[in-house]
Design a protein. Structure first.
Length: 187
């Protein structure tokens, strides 16, 4: 099953599901799975061109697994835990050219640490993340989701093989930026 794989990490926010469906409609081939089920991801293949996308509320250190509810406070999960659970479910991450974290502030503004580093070190593929909260909205009528870093934020790419961080605007990230143009308005 070649195509993008979109995985919802934050499971208790109904709005994320709605946004993901808008995002998914803009892709030629999308296989949407709810992350917390016991899915086997071994049959998913990015074909070297389709991204792996992790969607959820995040901060520079963790994903938010469950939002605050009347039954209790938010629960968090680390990026390496999420990535290891994917690998345990037979995901061949290297068939995807990169992973996009569609969540706020998953990259540090400076330095080389953060959620996107933890995910990349386990998956072994480049990881793209925003340094600030993101505004999410529809792009045109084509069903694409626009993701725009706010407050002067930028997209960063972590390359785990070299343990290197680059701004998405750098020449090294050209292929990733071009691929993201199909999915988001402002990479």
């Amino acid at each position: 099953m070649k195509g993008s794989l979109i995985i919802i990490v934050t499971k208790s926010d109904a709005e994320i599901g709605g946004r993901v469906f808008g995002f998914a409609n803009g892709l030629d081939q999308t296989y949407l799975k709810q992350f917390w089920k016991a899915d086997d991801f071994g049959s998913y293949d990015g074909g070297g061109t389709h991204p792996l996308t992790l969607v959820g509320h995040a901060n520079v250190s963790n994903f938010i697994k469950d939002m605050d509810t009347p039954l209790g406070p938010a629960r968090y999960i680390s990026g390496d835990t999420v990535a290891n659970q994917l690998i345990a479910r037979k995901l061949q991450a290297t068939t995807f050219p990169f992973c996009l974290i569609a969540g706020c502030s998953a990259a540090e503004r400076s330095g080389r640490s953060g959620l996107y580093i933890n995910v990349g070190d386990v998956l072994g593929i480049p990881v793209v993340a925003s340094t600030t909260p993101m505004a999410l909205g529809a792009r045109g009528g084509a069903g694409f989701l626009q993701m725009t870093p706010q407050d002067g934020g930028i997209w960063k790419v972590y390359y785990p093989a070299e343990q290197e961080v680059q701004a998405l605007s750098s020449s090294r990230c050209g292929e990733i930026a071009a691929a993201l143009q199909r999915y988001v308005l402002r990479p």
